[in-house]
Design a protein around this ligand. Structure first.
Ligand SMILES: Cc1cc2nc3c(=O)[nH]c(=O)nc-3n(C[C@H](O)[C@H](O)[C@H](O)COP(=O)(O)OP(=O)(O)OC[C@H]3O[C@@H](n4cnc5c(N)ncnc54)[C@H](O)[C@@H]3O)c2cc1C
Length: 334
């Protein structure tokens, strides 16, 4: 991926990144997720959740140190926001940082962290004097461990880990100086959700093509199943929804390039596109009959992956509340 320039591809060339526009970046995410949501997740975390916060909230020294190495794949990063007791409500986080001379001491735990146990650097969000700030925790820091989480039925191509901080000591220089409050990690999520809105189109396309190919060759009642009206209706539904998802993502990318994109629009696209991709994966699985439950075919793998994508980066219902709050002016989170 690094050789192809896919990591942090929409960040500037002066930091070793490809500097492509946001539509091109989105198409990269689409093609990665056509393969597997776990592969796209790796690229999303590295680019949108590790490189972006270092670019947006880091010092120039931090940018020069980390961005080229993360772009060329020499270093891998992870993003620690979710905690065992705080998922949809990250503002309730319990991880703390306390200044101690030239160090910060971190205590707490993060959970469900993509790339956690393979990462060289973790962007960790913790409360310093009650305010959420971002910290760079390097592999091997004292009091830091990242045990891998096992037994997932979804996103199996992606490493998921806990991050544990027990009096973890890091240099004071590892604070991201421009990070201030919960808005900082949330702005990273906006970047990643943008990539998801594109990525899941790829998973839906893979399922559509598999179902179409299968329907043309699978014979029942002496005819290809593609000749039955109910099967054609499913294929038409898939194609229509994929086209709408693409148009939504394309318009969002153009707005992002013009710096006019709003986070509520990203919520709308993430919510809609993941929902429709999951519907399409389920329909494709159905059209494959019994064969569809095996690993010989990919639709069920995409379907299981998309259950994670529906949950992470703000669940489907949390995005409903974000959009609902925007259209009514009344927040309904609690
Ligand atoms: C494979 C995987 C990888 C992940 N990678 C990362 C990562 O790299 N970094 C990271 O920080 N996190 C990561 N996550 C965590 C992910 O972002 C959280 O799982 C997600 O935010 C949801 O939190 P939760 O699982 O605690 O669910 P909860 O917040 O407990 O939600 C459970 C249910 O309650 C609903 N709910 C919650 N609050 C409300 C409300 N106010 N109104 C209505 N319904 C509500 C939710 O919609 C959901 O249906 C990952 C998760 C997975 C599964």
């Amino acid at each position: 991926m690094a050789e192809l320039g896919l990591l942090g591809a929409n960040l500037p060339e002066k930091y070793g990144c490809a500097g492509v526009n946001n539509v091109a970046y989105g198409l990269m995410m689409q093609e990665l997720e056509r393969g597997d949501s776990g592969i796209r997740s790796f690229a999303s975390v590295q680019g949108a959740l590790v490189m972006y916060p270092i670019y947006a909230f880091g010092s120039e020294t931090q940018r020069r140190k980390w961005l080229p190495a993360l772009a060329n794949g020499e270093k891998i990063g992870c993003f620690g926001l979710t905690e065992p007791d705080h998922g949809s409500d990250p503002g309730g986080m319990e991880t703390t940082a306390v200044k101690d001379g030239n160090n910060y001491i971190l205590n707490g735990a993060k959970m469900w962290i993509t790339n956690g146990s393979v990462a060289d650097v973790a962007v960790v969000w913790a409360k310093l004097d009650g305010v959420v700030r971002g910290f760079l925790v390097e592999k091997g820091a004292s009091g830091f461990s990242a045990p891998e989480m096992m037994n997932k039925h979804s996103l199996r191509a992606s490493v998921t880990s806990e991050l544990v901080f027990q009096d973890c000591r890091i240099p004071a220089d590892n604070l991201l100086p421009e990070s201030k409050g919960l808005a900082s990690p949330l702005s990273c999520l906006t970047q990643a959700r943008y990539g998801i809105a594109w990525g899941v189109i790829g998973a839906a396309m893979a399922c559509y093509h598999e179902a179409l190919t299968y329907a043309k060759t699978r014979i029942q009642f002496n005819k290809p199943i593609a000749s039955f009206q109910l099967v054609q209706q499913k294929l038409v539904y898939m194609l229509t929804e994929i086209t709408k998802m693409q148009l939504l993502a394309l318009q969002l990318g153009r707005l992002k390039d013009q710096k006019k994109m709003k986070f509520t629009q990203v919520s709308l696209a993430k919510r809609n596109n993941v929902y429709q991709a999951l519907e399409i994966a389920r329909l494709a699985r159905d059209m494959l009959g019994a064969n569809g439950i095996t690993s010989e075919y990919q639709s069920m793998r995409h379907m299981c992956n998309l259950e994670t994508v529906k949950t992470y980066e703000g669940t489907h219902d949390i995005h409903t509340l974000i959009i609902g709050g925007d259209v009514t002016g009344i927040p309904a989170f609690s």
